[in-house]
Design a protein around this ligand. Structure first.
Ligand code: ZN
Ligand code: ZN
Length: 373
């Protein structure tokens, strides 16, 4: 396939001025920027084409070669450069320059006379927050304290003492990235010498010791919705570490740690309560009040209830955070053998045993054995 003319790609006449070329490229780069055209290979292609065209026409020397010799001039390299070598660096640094001031974060380069530093997004932060089971049940708003990094306000994140300028990194030429090309595609890695900043510091800023970053302690209000569970993560967009040179901030991840409760347990979205009752309550029935997370609940113990029976209170469990509905409150009946009984109680139990023995005489020996044990 024949390569498209660079002037056609940038939609400018052959006698366009440098500014006209730049303007047009800006327009196209914005229109086809991958951030705005996700999963659109056609836009990606156009974006790459425009970037390639601008890397040539935006550079006086390369434009002159292209005007005189066309693509061949560029490929053969009248001055010894080949597509792969100049694509590796220039496309993206030009592109970052131009998008840099386009998005309003090119201020370092213009005011300080440095080459732009690489733009990098801030890191994500994860913090663990303890909730009681009741807080997880009801949901709660909590203020959490986050320790994060932000750009130093004295040196604006450059790491250089104000009034001094950092040196452009000799390894990456100030782009912060090392690009390797394969055909038209290139792969980028962070520069190992400057760590992606694009510069090395000659006079370190006293406030941040040349790191360009300082600690920021921020209080953030976090809403924990009802029904959150142990191990759930909440993501708070943009509350991670500040980006570098206009890069996006990272996200804050809140990892939920639900503490154990003395009385209640959680299984799935069910709230579990083990209710201890006595023999007489088990036999004769009773109404028992228990304190739950939502208030007092009256539990009706049916007569002659067996140990292990589960009484289900529908919809009184945890809210399902992934959809509709709620779990149940499950009351597990536990019949407890009395201890430290009084003389009077002992007499009653003895009498009870006699009655039971009389009843058992009419049963088979197998059943008797069961009852005696
Ligand atoms: Zn500083
Ligand atoms: Zn570097």
């Amino acid at each position: 396939m024949a390569k498209k003319d660079y002037y056609d790609i940038l939609e400018v006449p052959r006698n366009a001025t440098k500014d006209e070329i730049k303007q047009s490229y800006r327009k196209l780069a914005l229109k086809y920027h991958p951030d705005r055209n996700q999963k659109n290979p056609e836009a990606e292609e156009k974006f790459k084409e425009a970037s390639e065209a601008y890397s040539i026409l935006g550079n006086d020397e390369k434009r002159r070669i292209y005007d005189n010799y066309g693509f061949n001039g560029l490929n053969m390299g009248g001055r010894g450069f080949s597509t792969s070598s100049f694509f590796s660096d220039s496309i993206f640094s030009d592109f970052e320059d131009i998008l840099g001031d386009l998005f309003g974060f090119g201020s370092f380069s213009s005011t300080r006379g440095n080459k732009r530093y690489g733009t990098r997004n801030g890191s994500d932060i994860g913090i663990e927050v303890d909730l009681t089971l009741e807080e997880a049940y009801k949901g709660i708003e909590k203020t959490v304290t986050v320790h994060k990094e932000k750009n130093c306000n004295v040196c604006d994140g450059t790491g250089s003492e104000p009034g001094t300028t950092p040196n452009v990194c000799t390894h990456c030429g100030g782009t912060g990235n090392i690009r390797r090309s394969q055909g038209f595609f290139s792969i980028s890695t962070t520069c190992s010498l400057c760590g992606g900043s694009g510069s090395t510091i000659s006079h370190p800023c006293k406030k941040c010791n040349g790191k360009g970053r300082i600690e920021d302690i921020k209080e953030i209000k976090v809403t924990f919705p009802p029904g959150v569970d142990n191990g759930n993560r909440l993501r708070i967009t943009g509350e991670g570490e500040e980006g570098f040179n206009g890069g996006r901030p990272g996200d804050l991840y809140i990892i939920i740690n639900v503490k154990e409760d003395d009385k209640f347990k959680r299984e799935g979205n069910n709230l579990i309560y083990e209710l201890n009752i006595s023999f007489s309550q088990a036999v004769l029935s009773d109404d028992i009040k228990i304190k739950t997370f939502y208030g007092t609940e009256k539990i009706k113990i049916p007569p002659e209830v067996q140990d292990g029976k589960i009484i289900k209170l529908k919809g009184k469990g945890f809210k399902n955070i992934n959809g509709w509905g709620k779990g149940n409150l499950l009351i597990i009946i536990k019949v407890v053998t009395p201890t430290n009984i009084s003389k009077r109680e002992r007499e009653i139990y003895k009498e009870l045993r006699e009655i039971e023995n009389k009843k058992n005489k009419n049963l088979s020996s197998e059943a008797k054995e069961f009852l005696i044990n």
